[in-house]
Each structure stands twice: as structure tokens, then as C-alpha cells.
Design a protein. Sequence first.
Length: 183
Amino acid sequence: MSYSAGSASVFRYCPKCGAAALRFVEGKRFHCEACGFEFYLNTAAAVAALIVDAQGRLLITVRGKEPRKGAWGLPGGFADPGESVEQALTREVREEVGLQVTAMRYLGSYPNTYEYMGVRYATLDLGFVCDVRDISKAAARESDIEQVLFVHLHEVDLNRFAFDSLARLVECYRLGDERRASE
């Protein structure tokens, strides 16, 4: 993943000395020609919850804001500084759809690119299969979420997801679920 296309043109001023001498060097590193400061854009941790009700329907969110407004998503978001991915997942599910996570099982992770306001962020999207308290109370709680849908796993259209990483997590879960059903 290279940031040269987007981020290099956005970041010009050194956060240490303020000089307009911050230059993109390679991969993810910026260097200030005035004071020698180096700045790295590292991969951000993001979480996604796969929540399935008793009828085998996946809880899907419809994005209420850019990027990819109107496309499908899963409850989740970025881990905050000082927060574990488990804490982030619990917080994001509560904030976005108003549900309390009672148990979670790690499913897998996929890299993603999240472009926002001209900056391309590298993320690592970690998926968890979650049990929640009273799934019937799921509702859009933030402006980031326009709507909450319940779609049967076999009817989920992976092409409707805003990010390929989320579609891959759902596909991974669905394949595992299909294997369990055939055993």
C-alpha cells in the first residue's frame, strides 16, 4: 500500500517545526527536510461485528455518510487510542445499533483502504462473530448509520458492501456457516 497518490499531497507541513518541508519518502514514511522529523502513517485497527439472529439473518447497516453513503456495512469502526479491539467492538456496536455484546469470537481480518477527505488510510479490519442481548432492539443510533437491515445469509449480496474487507468477512462467515450446516 502506498500513500503517494493521496496523502502525500495533503501533508506538506511538518507537525514538529511547521515548515512546508514535509516530503513523502516511500511506502508510508514522511520526512521533514527542515528539522529531520519523520512521520509514519501506520495501519489503523478497525472492527466489524457479524451478528446473526435466530432466523439466520445477518444484521447489516446502511451507511449514512461518506465514504460510500448508501452502501452496506456491519456495525463497527476504528479502535480508539488506548482501546483494545474487543473494547472497540463492544463500544461501536452499542453506539451504532444500541446492542450489548455478550460474547464474541474472532473470525478473521482483511486489509482495507479507507479514503476520507483526500487521505487514504490503511486499515486492518478485524471481524468478530457476536452474540448480543435482545437483537430485536437493533436500531440506527448514529448519523453514520442510515438504516439497519436483517438479511438471510444466503441472500446477502456481497457486492453491496462499501468495503471489500467486509464482504470477505461475511463470505468467510457464510462459508463456515455452510460447512457447519452440512456436518
